[in-house]
Write a protein that binds this ligand. Sequence first.
Ligand code: XMP
Length: 516
Amino acid sequence: MLENNIEKVLILDFGSQYAQLIARRVRENNVYSEIVAHTVTTEQIKKLNPKGIILSGGPASVYSKNAPRCDEEIVKLGIPILGICYGMQLGCMMLGAKVIATTTREYGRTLCIISGENRFLESLPQEITVWMSHGDIVAELPAEFESLAHTQSCPYAIVKHKEMNFYGVQFHPEVTHTPNGYQMIRNFLYKICNCSGNWKMDSFIEKSVNDITKQVGDGRVVCGLSGGVDSAVTAALINKAIGNHLSCIFVDNGLLRNFEAEEVIKTFEENFSIDLHVVSAQERFLGKLKGVFDPEKKRKIIGHEFIEIFKYEAQKLSNVKFLAQGTLYPDVIESIPAHGGPTVTIKSHHNVGGLPEELGFELVEPLRLLFKDEVRQIGEELGLPKELVGRHPFPGPGLAIRIIGEITEQRLEVLRNADKIVIEEIRKAGLYDKIAQCFAVLLPLSTVGVMGDERSYENVIAVRAVETTDFMTADWYRIPGEILGNISHRIINEVKGVNRVVYDISTKPPSTIEWE
Ligand code: XMP
């Protein structure tokens, strides 16, 4: 939590798939936001002193037995409240309205007619398109409420309590399918909560530098660089605070993309005076992975080796008391039980690259309150190259989980060359920043082809590109056919050992983003 002089808006989470999106929308408006469990007490809220509260949506029905509720006092504190979908129904019910299940579920884009006037609705046209997703509705409102808008099957699409500073919207203003939603959230923050907008990245850097200096004193911090955005920004921020009291360890596990290791080393050597230790451990990793086919086994081996190497290297440094980690806010939220992390292990992501407590270091996690887009902004302000800062996420086990089946030097070479072409073509087409993640996968099969007059029997490369904001759900990206054609043509012609390219058109769920 940030201290009290930074304005904040709290999001009470009732199990919404959009809670993080709401938090990000608020921050995009320069207001700091945090997600808290709906079980937060009134006392805790008072201590946090928020400028406003947003009650999130959620899958439950307010009348069902185990429906999540918050302390009723919270709604009556006088702090401005915006209830979204379930949050609206719950808030309205607590303030005397009647909620019922409808026979016509509203789902998807819906026309909403605004009939009232209010600062919450400033700069909005009279008819707006909104994204609905609900079974229940507020059916009866007591006289203390005012209705501000309706849709064909929802009499109260936007409501306001006349005295309590409570606003409710039946739809989801946080999603892009509600084009005026951003303005509505902005109105709530600036016109209703009277926020001034003091959440800015440059002041975050200043504050963070102070905090780090205070936390570490003259102790030494060690940080593992992975080549990804989060560890790079963590290192740059800590470097700004304590200079060469920071030591970085970069383990080249041989599972990185083309020239990735060289780029990381160059970036840090050229831009920062960091004490950088590069460990070339390609052979060690490939040796351990020999004959391993199972993805989870690959992950465990890579995670284990990384920890062993890191431990060994860190022990060689003197006076290390702190370990820097690039933990981001979504990881923090997901690890809180009230927010229900995944119940079954689909893939053991967070075990890979994570360092165990037994190392005995105190953690320094300067990014733990930030979302990825904020981390990118900070990276740019700190002078990291745009290309590094905007890079797609790359999994800790690297290319090992993009080579289906056994990992060999030769197969790594094929995949690296294919992946390089995919990224080059995507960049050339100006699509790189529109796609959340894009890469090549090497399949464990050979297919027949003809090259010249000869029969070939060679590898298949799959191309995967997805759009997503949270990586929990994802849609396949519609790369135009012509660009896919260029990718396929170049891979087959330039990468020795490949005679077929396929495009992955699966969504997550039920598929995952990585193939292993
Ligand atoms: P999936 O494949 O589960 O991936 O849909 C979601 C996101 O997580 C990344 N990913 C990993 N990251 N270690 C990591 O650090 C892993 O073992 C791992 N597996 C998947 C994946 O690249 C995507 O961004």
